[in-house]
Design a protein around this ligand. Structure first.
Ligand SMILES: [Zn+2]
Length: 436
């Protein structure tokens, strides 16, 4: 699951806190499980979603662990696996043999109080198996086979259930999402997907609305977490933006629009979070330290000292060091045409130095006031073909979308999802009318 949770690393704009207390969202907001476990309503049969994606990620069926004569032991404070086994009559030699059998066996020793360890002994009391479940879905079993310990790891899969939610924004995306029954985490995911196109603080207008299909994760009929947003539609000031989750055959995950182009851009607009702009791009301004009029070829973001500064895009550090008025500065070259510059840093992030490759959103340094600066801020410059451009307004190139050979299949898939979403939306209206 780790690859799924680290899809996007880009900057997320903060939600206005005051909005949490502000007026409630007016319009009808629905977020109900249409395929809830055991919810035998008429809706279920009509809208079972066929998510047969053009994707290689089909999960293996759940592995049933056959019932074995396990002896269960609860880990207490201060227990090690050795102590726990010793307390249950396993000889020191047998414990040593188990623990020194392989490097991977260490996983078994990583126990904490409250965990359950299962043991199996043969008819003469020798330890022949140990089993441990470090998480709800992962089980590690060591079996003694022909005098050797063999380790196997099994992973259960979550049951994915599709939920539909829609909301009209009266105040903030956050509030509307909550009204629609979405978790904070899911609202953040939605904001992340559309954050490249929509500034959720500045651009949102009353009446903007969205609808989406997303996954919830279940184990044994119990909800244990959120999955992914499968698709979403957002109407912002009358403009509609669509997003479809797509997993490439290589396992890369991206959100694509109706044409199969990525919603991401090659650059994040603002390389530092939680800031205000303290000085804009201009061709002439009075410099507070130099006391003369000078062009300001970048944007200043006032931020507390130590605030992380992120690489605006993938690239290679071409300079990291001291440079006159810039103080501690990092310059990143992005391909042939683009470069970005981050000045007045307090310090550099570990391992960031000239010649190193960096990823978009990676922390490269920390806000400071080195060089000619009146207070802690990030001075950020954006160059295209050697010419300074205003980072706030320069058109940013889109990240590469789907490869042409996969596009046709994607379009079919996207269309199918749109139809499913429409069906959910229709059903949701019907269900609402019925309950009124
Ligand atoms: Zn500046």
């Amino acid at each position: 699951m780790s690859q799924l949770s680290s899809v996007f690393l880009f900057l997320i704009r903060q939600f206005p806190k005051g909005h949490l207390l502000a007026t409630l969202c007016l319009a009808g907001v629905v977020g109900f499980a249409l395929i809830a476990p055991g919810a035998g309503n008429s809706v279920t049969s009509k809208t079972t979603l066929d998510l047969s994606l053009p994707s290689p990620s089909e999960k293996a069926p759940i592995i049933e662990i056959p019932a074995r004569p396990w002896l269960e032991a609860t880990v207490r404070s201060g227990d090690t696996l050795g102590k726990l086994l010793g307390d249950r009559g396993v000889s020191a030699t047998a414990i040593h043999e188990l623990m020194s059998s392989s490097k991977e066996i260490k996983q078994l020793a990583n126990i904490k109080p409250g965990d359950i360890i299962r043991l199996e002994k043969n008819h003469i009391g020798q330890l022949i198996a140990v089993q441990y479940q470090p998480t709800r879905i992962k089980t590690i079993t060591a079996d003694r086979i022909d005098g050797n310990w063999v380790l196997t790891e099994t992973q259960r899969n979550y049951e994915h259930q599709i939920k539909y939610a829609n909301a009209v924004i009266d105040d903030s995306l956050f509030l509307a999402g909550q009204q629609a029954g979405m978790s904070d985490n899911m609202i953040m995911k939605l904001a992340n997907i559309f954050g490249w196109d929509i500034d959720f603080v500045m651009d949102i207008r009353r009446g903007d609305h969205f609808r989406l299909l997303y996954e919830e994760l279940f184990l044994d009929g119990e909800k244990v977490g959120d999955g992914n947003i499968v698709m979403a539609e957002f109407w912002n000031q009358g403009r509609q933006v669509n997003a479809f989750r797509y997993e490439s055959p290589e396992g890369g995950i991206d959100y694509l629009d109706l044409k199969g182009d990525s919603l991401r851009k090659e650059f994040i607009r603002t390389p530092v979070s939680f800031t205000r702009i303290s000085s804009r791009f201009s061709t002439g301004r009075y410099h507070p330290v130099l006391h003369r009029v000078r062009a300001h070829k970048g944007i200043d973001y006032a931020a507390p000292r130590g605030t992380p500064v992120k690489a605006a895009g993938d690239g290679k550090v071409s300079f990291a060091g001291n440079k006159g008025g810039y103080g501690r500065v990092i310059i990143i070259q992005h391909g042939q045409s683009y470069s970005t510059l981050y000045a007045h840093l307090n310090s550099y992030a570990n391992g960031v130095r000239s010649g190193k490759r960096v990823k978009q959103g990676q922390v490269i340094g920390y806000v400071g006031s080195s060089g000619l600066a009146t207070g802690p801020h990030l001075h950020y410059e954006f160059q295209l073909n050697g010419v300074h451009r205003n980072p706030l307004t320069v058109p940013l190139p889109k990240a590469r979308g789907i490869p042409d050979k996969e596009r046709k299949e994607f379009l079919i898939y996207a269309n199918k999802l749109r139809n499913q979403l429409a069906l959910y939306a229709e059903t949701s209206v019907l269900a609402q009318n019925e309950s009124n």
